[in-house]
Design a protein around this ligand. Structure first.
Ligand code: NDP
Length: 324
């Protein structure tokens, strides 16, 4: 039997229940992993509430973890028992042990600890595709990163600076603003009290941004469009404040022939060649020290509900991990 956090019905943090489950042997193409650290992500809350639908109920929460391979299913190549691996997969990660499709796992280099891997795979691979594939950031670009003290936000900020961009960040509190500055933000806007689009225009002397990385969604969408220069790109990649709805395509013309995309990591990582390239790039910037992965909170698996409350209550910064 294996400890796991299961969800039997969509709802608040209280629906996250610690249970003992049976784990079958790894199926064809799967590896069995004893998990050492489990990443907590805002997407975990979307599946818990039902904003994103799980394939079935009940389901085991969690979309990212790292650990040690303990068994190999039929036909698995390229992995051996004892390998340290990490992965992003849809659900099933809030558990002490699990089976994972080998195609979704990558081996960890010695420079990346299990905890760091669990804290950065989902967030860091997201930063990789946002900065390199959704919009290719170049030296001299000006980028706006919302929730810059958050999990994805801290990685985007540091990596964006490393690529030579001027980074403007938004943050919910003075403490978070200070953290965003420590991470390299050239300017930070307190978007709960200031009109951030107006401030972006002031800071950039009317030039505005090449790209806006917006994981906040509903409350920032309009302002994000207004923070872009002509032909700018809005990467609306999350819904921390609720999903964007009722979007009128026509407004993109007069605002400067803007581009809007709603990307998801799950388009990129099922392609093995992309996953390996993205993970390789992430491991490189983290191993070199250009991007530091901050773990602000560690909690036992049993405390998953408490951790979700903190994440949704805007109390966290950086990454939060659960330990089985
Ligand atoms: P964060 O650590 O960034 O936490 C979310 C932050 O959003 C909060 O700390 C808060 O920062 C800010 N926020 C603004 N409004 C609200 C609100 N009403 N309620 C709660 N938080 C709010 O989370 P993650 O790093 O895990 O994820 C960031 C975003 O990126 C999420 O929307 C997530 O879904 C998305 N994402 C998307 C992916 C994709 O491929 N599409 C992949 C990974 C993440 P502050 O207090 O400073 O405002």
């Amino acid at each position: 039997m294996v400890a796991a956090i299961r969800v039997h019905r969509y709802g608040g943090p209280e629906v996250l229940q610690l249970e003992e489950i049976e784990l079958p042997p790894p199926a064809k193409g799967e590896i069995r992993v004893r998990q050492k650290a489990i990443g907590v992500n805002f997407i975990d809350t979307y599946f818990r509430t039902g904003l994103y639908k799980a394939p079935q109920l009940p389901f085991i929460a969690g979309n990212e973890a790292a650990g040690e391979v303990t068994a190999l299913g039929e036909g698995v190549e390229g992995f051996a028992i004892g390998d340290r691996v990490a992965y992003v997969v849809t659900l099933g990660c809030y558990a002490a042990e699990r089976n994972v499709p080998a195609a979704m796992a990558v081996k960890l280099p010695a420079a990346i600890s299990d905890e760091t891997a669990a804290a950065m795979m989902l967030k860091g691979l997201t930063a990789e595709y946002l900065l390199h594939r959704t919009y290719k950031v170049r030296p001299g670009d000006t980028i706006l990163v919302h929730a810059a003290a958050g999990g994805v936000g801290q990685i985007l900020t540091q990596w964006g600076k490393h690529l030579g961009a001027t980074v403007i960040g938004t943050a919910g509190t003075e403490e978070k603003a200070a953290l965003a500055r420590e991470n390299g933000c050239d300017h930070v806007i307190l978007y709960r009290s200031e009109d951030f689009a107006k401030r972006v225009a002031e800071i950039t002397k009317g030039e505005k941004c090449n790209v806006v990385y917006d994981g906040v969604g509903k409350t920032t969408f309009e302002g994000s469009l207004d923070s872009l220069r002509p032909l700018g790109v809005l990467a609306s990649f999350g819904n921390a404040s609720g999903p964007v709805s009722d979007f009128n395509l026509g407004i993109l013309g007069p605002k400067g022939s803007l581009f809007v995309t709603r990307p998801t990591l799950f388009t990129f990582i099922p392609r093995r060649a992309w996953l390996e390239e993205m993970a390789g790039r992430l491991f490189e910037v983290v191993a070199s020290g250009a991007v530091k992965i901050a773990i602000s909170r560690r909690a036992p698996l049993a405390d998953a509900a408490e951790v979700h409350r903190a994440l949704e209550g805007r109390e966290t910064t950086g990454a939060v991990i659960l330990t089985p």
